[in-house]
Design a protein around this ligand. Structure first.
Ligand code: OGA
Ligand code: MN
Length: 220
């Protein structure tokens, strides 16, 4: 299947009015059954292939290179998406469709999208964090798509969105295949609760083309 076909079927399921209203009023939105079963199945298979080929790498946190510190904060393994396969291109096309709509409706001036596959082995987590530091104004909207078809409540591993105080829950989202979450990167602290089953997701960021220290889009 062509990448555009992968993207179109899922993009057609986006409740764009709801998304626009929720992002404006609350800074976040999540919906179930957005990505088609076909899309999530192929993305999950792609992630498993990357795992089998030993192409996932331990995720770090910003510029920190202290292994122990990183391990205290997050324990997923990741690989950045590119257009090496039709299915990855399909997901990136889907994100592109979201970007165009967010720009059209909210005038966000989103410019780039970057995303990584993430595999959380049993016991893995990602402690409460913000995806963008206030003022850095680089990552504007965060996206998380889940790829786990048979998720059960006792598997835990929820994505929890918090208020500013990092304690009051805004939402607790099960990582079930098809579910999509969008939230403002600078405003919504969130965490991945320790998972009891292998947990597959794609985390992505819509960015403005911020220039920092004279460098356009400095390397992440
Ligand atoms: C991230 C993140 C959430 C998830 O990678 O920054 O918050 O559910 N991921 O994968
Ligand atoms: Mn995050």
């Amino acid at each position: 299947m062509s990448s555009a076909k992968w993207a179109e079927a899922s993009a057609a399921r986006l409740p764009l009015d709801d998304i626009t209203a929720a992002l404006t009023a609350h800074g976040w939105w999540a919906g179930e059954g957005i990505l088609t079963e076909e899309l999530t199945e192929h993305l999950a298979a792609e992630l498993d292939r990357l795992e089998d080929e030993d192409r996932l790498k331990r995720a770090g946190i910003g510029r920190e290179t202290d292994f122990q510190l990183d391990r205290d904060i997050r324990r997923d393994r990741i690989r950045w998406l590119n257009r090496e396969s039709e299915i990855q291109a399909g997901f990136l096309d889907f994100a592109q469709a979201i970007k165009l709509e967010l720009n059209r409706r909210l005038f966000l001036g989103l410019f780039e999208f970057e995303a990584h596959f993430a595999l959380y082995a049993p016991g893995a987590f990602y402690r409460t964090h913000l995806d963008s530091f206030r003022g850095a104004a680089n990552r504007v909207v965060s996206l998380v798509a889940f790829l786990n078809p048979d998720w059960q409540p006792d598997h835990a591993g929820e994505l929890v969105l918090y208020e500013d105080d990092e304690t009051t829950e805004r939402a607790r989202i099960a990582p079930r295949a098809g579910t999509l979450a969008l939230f403002l990167s600078e405003e919504v602290p969130h965490e991945v609760r320790p998972t009891n089953a292998p947990r597959r997701s794609i985390a992505g960021w819509f960015r403005v083309n911020a220039s920092i220290g004279g460098q356009i889009d400095p390397p992440r």
